[in-house]
Write a protein that binds this ligand. Structure first.
Ligand code: KG4
Ligand code: ZN
Length: 337
């Protein structure tokens, strides 16, 4: 494959954002996202509504991505899409759209793993990133510590046994009556709050595994008990409650990451996934990196939460390796083990 000659369109439709991006010879030319506000009123993503919105949005989002990149369909020599994990109905919209375009334009189809793409998002701004590096991947559906040996070789060293870190943020926010997704709101309300105001229990699991289901229950019980004494407990203490929630989750994540770095001896350490947009996680990670003498890597905000540029980047590396997908490639909802 001629490295100078790759122009890929990428589609991301794993959850509630319809996104498209164009990458040319490793450089992102456009990165367009259409977020679906419709789910806010339901306190979480409604899968059927998400698929329908993807169907409505995908053509205009792709058109915008091509126009912004200054590229026409005939310039494309590959189309990448998110294969999974994610909501199956949502994934199928991207999968079928990509297949249609691949057949019509007679260009290769490239199926991309969403989690690998979150990790490889680092290569967008940092193509010379050294391998191996450790990556704390924290999103709405997954929490993992990954040893990244190369763009095509990753080992999961530890993962959550139940909820993901993003879910812990979102479910805690829901208990506080905040809208979906709650992570960014907890981040916002934490500013100026006392992180030691309230204590929450968090999963004491061995090694590099995580558990968040008990944490959510701990938030629920504290709020319930306090509200019995004071009906306006949440309104009166929003900032302190959010700061305490965020403090507990962030410290937990970083304690496991520190353990993984010690265990592997790796000093190049990265964050990825939607929760890596969290301001306290970013700050404390940077401070820990100084203490531990790590070289730290955090993606720009637009490459932390779901986006198609990361799919484009992962697709680009797959295309360089000649990993083209067959026309009958399936989507998958959960991680393949
Ligand atoms: O990676 P992502 O966009 O989608 C998935 O692949 O799941 O991650 C979404 C998650 C949501 O749970 C959202 O609440 C969380 O990322 N998130 C945050 C922040 N921004 C997004 N959590 C905490 N603080 C933030 N600033
Ligand atoms: Zn994601």
């Amino acid at each position: 494959m001629n490295v100078q000659n790759i122009t890929l369109l990428a589609i991301e439709s794993s959850c509630d954002d319809t996104a498209a991006s164009v990458i040319q010879n490793g450089k992102i030319l456009s990165n367009i996202i259409s977020s679906q506000d419709i789910h806010q009123q339901f306190g979480g993503v409604v899968p059927e509504l998400a698929s329908r919105s993807h169907q409505k949005n995908i053509v205009p989002v792709v058109d915008t991505a091509l126009t912004k990149a200054g590229v026409s369909k005939k310039d494309l020599n590959g189309i990448a899409f998110t294969q999974g994990p994610g909501l199956l109905g949502s994934l199928l919209v991207g999968n079928n759209f990509a297949k249609g375009l691949s057949l019509t334009l007679k260009i290769p189809l490239i199926a991309v793993n969403h989690l690998e793409a979150h990790v490889l998002a680092h290569l967008i701004e940092n193509p010379e990133m050294p391998f191996p590096f450790l990556c704390l991947l924290v999103s709405g559906g997954h929490t993992q510590i990954v040893k990244v040996n190369s763009p095509s070789n990753m080992e999961v060293l530890g993962k959550t046994m139940d909820d993901a870190a993003g879910e812990a943020f979102d479910k805690s926010a829901k208990i506080l009556g905040l809208s979906y997704p709650g992570g960014p709101l907890i981040d916002k309300f934490s500013k100026g709050g006392n992180p030691n105001a309230f204590q929450f229990g968090i999963g004491k699991v061995l090694g590099l595994a995580f558990s968040f289901s008990g944490f959510k229950t701990s938030v629920l019980y504290l709020v319930r008990d306090k509200m019995e004494e004071e009906a306006t407990f949440i309104q009166n203490n929003m900032s302190d409650i959010c700061a305490s929630i965020q403090f507990t989750i962030v410290n937990y994540l970083l304690s496991k990451l520190k353990k993984a770095a010690k265990h592997t001896g790796i000093k190049h350490i990265a964050l990825a996934g939607g929760v890596s947009a969290n301001s306290e996680l970013r700050d404390k990670f940077e401070r820990l990196a100084v203490e531990e003498k790590w070289k730290s890597y955090i993606p720009a905000f637009e490459y932390c939460t779901d986006n198609a540029a990361m799919i484009a980047c992962a697709g680009y590396y797959k295309m360089l390796r000649g990993e083209i997908s067959p026309m009958n490639v399936l989507s998958f909802a959960s991680i393949k083990v």
